[in-house]
Design a protein around this ligand. Sequence first.
Ligand code: DSN
Length: 419
Amino acid sequence: MYDFIEREDPEIFEALAGEEKRQAEGLELIPSENYVSRAVKEAMASSLTNKYSEGYPGKRYYGGQEFTDKVETLAIERAKQLFGASYANVQPLGGANANIAMYFALLAPGDTVLGMDLSHGGHLTHGHPVTYLTKIFNFVRYKMKNVETGEIDYDEMRRVAREVKPKIVLAGFSAYPRELDYAQFADIAREVGAVAVMDIAHIAGLIAGRAAKNPFDYGFDVMTSTTHKTLRGPRGGLILTRESEEIAKKIDKAVFPGFQGGPHMHQIAAKAIAFQEALHPAFAQYAKQILLNTKAMEAVFKKHGARMITGGSDNHLILLDVWSSIGISGGEAEILLDRAGITLNKNAVADDTRKPMDPSGIRFGTPAITTRGFREAGSARVAELMLEVLTKRDDAAVEHARQEVKILALAHPIPESLY
Ligand code: DSN
């Protein structure tokens, strides 16, 4: 692999070879990461990267679009089929781009969005003050009512919505381990005349595999997503619309020419392939196994009495308060586990008193190890190894875990195909 890079750019080759080895011999638990198929990788490395295709299929600003139109149309049709959408824009370069375009399509400067607080599981692009979005739009945040169960205070959300009159009621998260009550969101949005939008980036694969509820079935109007994470496609973004042609047109305009130039056609081909893979019955099995594996890990931490935010997980991720229950900070835990070959990320817990660069929690999940064929027993063993490292914290424990992690990883090679 990488023959030409090896010959022509040894420095980059060395880094790539190191990363290949790291991925093969370690266990990836960052819940937003996964392994794409060989077919997706081939598309990402294809000649489509050479092509400019500003516009949309049949309406481009450059010539030579015979094949790009075919690729983008296939991606759109497959995305619609996968999520039960009426419209799909497959051009956003990433999840943040998708959200930004969505805001500009649906809002005027100064308009209000009701979104989940970052420290309670939301995402930077849902209105965190560090983003430029907050200079343009007014973000009002909602939180969990009960951090130990994950319950969201829908009554309070409704009261606030009546008061601030948002134009968007935004659901979705990057660190929340429970299902949301979509009907409540949609009802609140309807009452105040807002558009109900769900950022499904983290759980798109679970929705596609019918292992999680589809917000469109509960009256949501728009869904934004990434195409990687649980969906197991290339890095990229996606915007889906259920019924309104008017909203779909605004979204198309906001993506191009509003925010982006030429779409990355190699990435769109890879998205089309990933959507096709996700339409296969084997993908539903995969999505179901993600949940079973998370439950197996949850059981280990429960038995140990470790504090999980919301008390556990109904999806692909767990948020563990290592500071209060194991006496180690999230930052230190991340480093120790990294040394053992277990990759995850430090993460703030709800209303964290520690700083973001060394918060109280760690966030991890099962999408990537499930792709490698891990089942419940293997997932539980990984959780036990994590606890062993975090409680003992000495070189011997790290080394012991590292050896076992390598054996487990090599016994579950990264697959080249879903089928
Ligand atoms: N970085 C992604 C995640 O890890 O959840 C979200 O942007």
